[in-house]
Design a protein around this ligand. Structure first.
Ligand code: SF4
Length: 379
């Protein structure tokens, strides 16, 4: 492991690991969901932070995630514990800037969670960092009541930060997809646009009961491509659009370069477990993935990765063998989602197992048409 400098490091901690929600693709166990207190102590998390910090050199921006699931529904003492974790992260990593990202599903009493968010923001003045909230939303729920909680939370945060006209907060909306209940993408995009927040997509194939046959993957691919089109056209702060555009030029690169790119981006994601252990995560064009959670059927030494055996299996899958975006897919880490999906398809798939092929194609068309416009302008 290298200790060379890194411009941006995400360190996600498994501190809370509880939520009483019902997302169909939740990676928590039933016991974890029923708990109303943190899964571990600040001291255990700090142990992991110190161990990981020893493997990193200078960090530009250190983004410490306080997760997983719903941190805002924990007892009041959690605010002090989070403060200790933040202080532990600050001393474990040599960094220029510190950001804290607190995960919440907003499931539970909303007033209590707003009060907890306020307490965390007030305390962060002493922690010496900015706080953002990562709001994990259940896209399977279409009811107004559900989204009203999100609206109420956003309105309260805007007040805390100086009113609705204050600068964008950086709070992040994370949309958890499930194949049996994909929402209407246009309706969802219109709703999300009102929050003026960066938006991420997540998909957990190992936990999605809607994965059944090629047809289900084709539906996902069409949905993600439509989401790409809508969020790219509306100029939303969409991580899918940003990361696909950033990685698309890699489609012209060779496989070794793509693999090296993916390996380096995984170095920028660290997960600290409840037992104080740590490991690198998987960077993808959807959200980052914790292999220990999202790829549970894989033995520890067979996590979806970039080793020759893994890549052979991936690149001989019928859909991937004929895919012109395979280098960009691997460079962006997206093939890892595909590899987790392929564990359920021993014969392989004709449809894209990561759901991203059509979105890559849209980005490619965008790039070609803007190159066409430019060359026309110079003619
Ligand atoms: S985009 Fe889809 S089909 Fe193409 S290489 Fe990646 S997982 Fe395979």
């Amino acid at each position: 492991m290298s200790d060379r400098a890194i411009p941006y490091l995400i360190v996600a901690t498994d501190y809370a690991t509880t939520c009483s929600g019902t997302c169909p693709t939740c990676v928590l166990t039933k016991i974890e969901r029923l708990r109303s207190y943190p899964a571990t102590t600040a001291e255990k998390i700090i142990e992991g932070l110190q161990a990981a910090g020893a493997h990193y050199g200078r960090v530009g921006t250190l983004a410490v995630g306080i997760g997983r699931a719903n941190v805002l529904d924990l007892p009041e003492e959690s605010v002090g514990e989070i403060g200790r974790i933040v202080a532990g992260a600050a001393t474990s990593f040599d960094h220029d800037e510190l950001i804290v990202e607190v995960s919440t599903s907003l499931v539970g009493k909303i007033d209590r969670q707003i009060a907890r968010a306020k307490a965390i923001m007030e305390a962060s003045g002493q922690w010496g960092c900015d706080v953002r909230f990562v709001i994990v939303t259940n896209t399977a729920l279409h009811s107004e009541k559900y989204w009203k909680n999100v609206d109420t939370f956003y309105a309260a945060l805007a007040d805390m930060r100086g009113g609705a006209g204050s600068e964008d907060s950086g709070d992040i909306i994370q949309l958890a997809l499930s194949l049996d209940s994909l929402p209407d993408p246009r309706e969802l995009a219109e709703r999300i646009a009102e929050y003026r927040s960066p938006v991420n997509l997540t998909w957990a194939p190992a936990f999605d009961r809607g994965v059944s046959g090629d047809e289900s993957l084709a539906r996902l691919e069409a949905w993600i491509a439509e989401w790409y089109r809508l969020t790219s056209g509306d100029d939303m702060d969409s991580s899918l659009v940003y990361r696909i555009r950033q990685n698309l030029p890699m489609m012209e690169s060779g496989m070794p370069e793509a693999v090296a790119h993916a390996a380096e981006s995984s170095r920028a994601v660290v997960y600290v477990g409840t037992d104080g252990s740590w490991h690198n995560g998987l960077f993808t064009v959807l959200a980052e993935i914790d292999p220990a959670r999202f790829d549970p059927s894989a033995p520890a030494d067979r996590v979806a990765g970039t080793g020759p055996r893994d890549l052979r299996r991936f690149l001989t899958n019928p859909a991937c063998a004929s895919c012109e975006y395979s280098s960009a897919c691997i460079a962006s880490g997206s093939h890892r989602i595909g590899m987790i999906t392929l564990r359920q398809f021993p014969e392989g798939t004709e449809s894209c197992p990561s759901g991203l092929r059509a979105a890559f194609a849209s980005a490619s068309r965008e790039r070609n048409s803007s190159a066409g416009r430019l060359s026309h302008g110079h003619a």
